[in-house]
Design a protein. Structure first.
Length: 79
């Protein structure tokens, strides 16, 4: 595993160390790795959502009767 040194303000350093002190993480490195994993997953979800939005936008517009559409959905749900 590669090593990386980072500089943190004292308040952040204390926070990171407290996260491993409560037993949830084995050490500060585990906590930082978890943060990076979560950030990568969040960014992947955002990218997928953005792609879906762009696909929807590229598909064009449709003329629908919005109240009738929701009435139909409501009726199908209640059946």
């Amino acid at each position: 595993m590669a090593t990386m040194n980072i500089s943190l303000p004292q308040q952040m350093k204390d926070w990171v160390e407290a996260q491993s002190a409560d037993g949830r993480y084995a050490n500060s490195s585990d906590y930082i790795r978890d943060l990076i994993r979560r950030d990568a997953e969040r960014r992947a979800r955002i990218a997928a959502l953005q792609e879906t939005l762009e696909t929807g936008e590229a598909s064009g517009f449709t003329e629908i009767d919005v109240p009738a559409y929701f009435d139909d959905l409501r009726n199908r749900y209640l059946r």
